[in-house]
Design a protein around this ligand. Structure first.
Ligand code: NAD
Length: 279
């Protein structure tokens, strides 16, 4: 069976570059679809406290027949759990739901600049890593400035930043900053949530040329430019189709064409981390 390539974090641990995201998957559906993802070959699952499906993911982990040492599980601290103590206690709740002793990757879900608890939250993640409860720690929806603040406050550089990224909003500037600091880049809504992006004529042309689907071309582009990528689908055929994007080999000019489709801020679908303020 095809396996995802792995990328190496700044702490020496590794992450399968292609994973499976479960935002907006009901807890009682999560066990079934995550099971299908494991069967299709995915070994990396991206959940979060806010998705309210950590228990379903935990049941899928337990019934998968795959040992935890052969999988990679991410969860994220929700905004209302930010702060040193609340992070530590909510982490324990997440681990109970997931049925795990040690987590592969823990992220701060959103920057929440007005709430301004992200430095204390980061200190709790540093402590969890020191205690050996979490292998790798990182952030999600963080700006360059806020990442710099975390480094200045603790001396610990996040291993990864998970942010909205797809060909219409490709985050070239943030990616360059992360590269300079040895931070991996992880793409959320990598398929643009399956909307207009997949109708882009330039992507359709490249898909036709290779005899593959547009979703596969987009996933192959994320992989080619070095992003960790976590497409979501609850449809069996698409779960398999998205994983098979590992076999799509884009040419350099395809990658350049797709990187040229960026629309700047106009291409953004979700909230701007610098302004986000929600519970
Ligand atoms: P996505 O870009 O992965 O798109 C998913 C949608 O695209 C599906 O619901 C389906 O409608 C469509 N789709 C999937 N496969 C397809 C295919 N092969 N052909 C055609 N259409 C297809 O969107 P997403 O779920 O927003 O993002 C993926 C994951 O990223 C999430 O599940 C979650 O794990 C993570 N995420 C994180 C954050 C964050 O704040 N950290 C925010 C959003 C998403």
């Amino acid at each position: 069976m095809t396996e995802s390539p792995v990328l190496t974090f700044n702490d020496g641990n590794t992450i399968p570059q292609l994973g499976y995201g479960v935002w907006q998957v009901e807890d009682n559906v999560a066990e079934d679809v995550v099971g299908k993802a494991f069967a299709a070959g995915y070994r990396h699952i991206d959940t979060a406290q806010a998705y309210q499906n950590e228990s379903g993911v935990g049941r899928a982990i337990a019934s998968s027949g795959v040992g935890h040492e052969d999988m990679f599980i991410t969860t994220k601290i929700w905004n209302s759990n930010q702060g040193y103590e609340a992070t530590l206690s909510s982490f324990e709740e997440s681990m109970q739901k997931l049925g795990l002793e040690k987590l592969d990757l823990l992220l701060i879900h959103w920057l929440q600049p007005k709430q301004s608890k992200y430095v204390d939250t980061w200190k709790a993640l540093v402590e969890l890593q020191k205690q050996g409860r979490v292998k790798t720690i990182g952030v999600s929806n963080f700006t360059k400035e806020a990442i710099t603040e975390l480094i200045d406050a603790t001396g610990v550089t996040p291993a990864i930043n998970q942010v909205e990224t797809h060909p219409h909003f490709n985050q070239a500037d943030l990616r360059a900053f992360e590269k300079e600091h040895g931070i991996l880049h992880e793409s959320w809504s990598p398929l643009g949530q399956g909307k207009e992006l997949l109708e882009d004529p330039a992507l359709q042309q490249i898909a036709q040329k290779h005899g593959v689907t547009v979703a596969q071309v987009v996933i192959a582009w994320h992989l080619a430019v070095g992003n960790v990528v976590i497409p979501k689908s609850v449809t069996q055929s698409r779960i398999v189709e998205n994983f098979a994007a590992l076999d799509v080999k884009l040419q350099d000019d395809d990658v350049a064409t797709i990187s040229g489709l960026d629309k700047g801020a106009e291409g953004r679908i979700g909230p701007d981390p610098a302004e986000s303020d929600f519970q």
